[in-house]
Write a protein that binds this ligand. Sequence first.
Ligand code: IMP
Length: 430
Amino acid sequence: MANVAVVGTQWGDEGKGKVVDWLSARADVVVRFQGGHNAGHTLVIGGETYKLSLLPSSVVRRGKIGILGNGVVIDVWAFLQEVSEMQARGLHIAPDNLCIAEGAHLILPVHAELDRLREAMRGASKIGTTGRGIGPAYEDKVARRGIRAADLATPDLLARKIGDLLLHHNALRRGLEEKEASASDLLERLLKIAPEILPFVGPAWRTLNAARREGKRLLFEGAQGAALDVDHGTYPFVTSSNALAAQAALGSGVGLGAIDYALGITKSYATRVGEGPFPTEQRNATGRTLGERGDEFGTVTGRKRRCGWFDAVMVRQAAEVGGLDGIALTKLDVLDGMERLSVCVGYEVGGRRLDYLPAAAADQQAARPIYETMEGWSSSTRGARSWSDLPAAAVKYVRYIEELIGAPVVMLSTSPERDDTIVMRDPFQD
Ligand code: IMP
């Protein structure tokens, strides 16, 4: 029995929601292991669209368990808001099918405020964060002054921890000429919400390991993508967590052996929200066409995504550093009708040709893509459910990409609808 980790291989927004939903039909437990409500996973089921930010995709299906692992950062107010929105749409979300890890760190109002203040201060050199407080919450976690979900159960300790945390934050806020945060207000707000959160809080790692022993199938649902990974991405224009498959083990409390298959989700072209290097970006009619046809607007912030050609160098790097077993290629239909398609096969950096993206920020910024171009296809691939439905040029494009990135394309998605998927190999059966 295989357990599967699904991760993004570009800058997020690869269409993970749909693939995760498809796979979750086969899974018993769905686990988020990093990130927070900066993510946006869109699921379309029977014509109904669900946009999830923090909740695992299990919530849209009956009889599945969802886990928010210790690697996730949780804004408890946003959590309750999303739960109540989904409940209003008739979904069952309760402590019997959703567990928050005791060790998961909380995103507090001071984190979101600091995120936004810093971005404003950075001006032109801003990162373009989602403004949700993700970075500051992870900073406090690593600095060992964070508040964890389990702390909500012990008011005395919580009060002490808030005092410590605000010692740090208020020093920063004074420096930024911002009003100091009140410890008593924060304590009061957290204690007010604690009775609604605590029933969900438990030893998620135990639930997961028990499920594994019982032969249940686990699906680890990554957020963001390899190029936003804090170690392997386009630092500092990244998110503050590890978004690679290896994090699925650490961020949920299962051993490495629990992850049998790492599936990378890859969009048939490239997009990025926020600032930072994007070698194949097309700030022209091609970029606009991709954006319009692909409906490239951020799920969380509504920001317009930057669009460009497929970057095979970057995805190959993601496949290697992330140890990917297979790729699910999404949004192939967006390329329908484009006369010629370009694929980045290398970079030119300071007169040198490179077949990888170097780590130095200056080199990343300077990297000029080297393209191979190929013929597009005029007929539609939208809704195709088998290889034989695809025009020959589309098959050629997929095969070319596969060869360049060095990982097999095992799934192909041809529309937002769950069933419009060509499956070469079911990762759970691997
Ligand atoms: P943060 O995660 O809010 O700190 O944002 C850091 C960077 O990651 C920014 O460029 C965001 O636009 C980007 N980012 C964060 N979450 C997502 C996501 O789910 N999809 C795409 N980009 C994201």
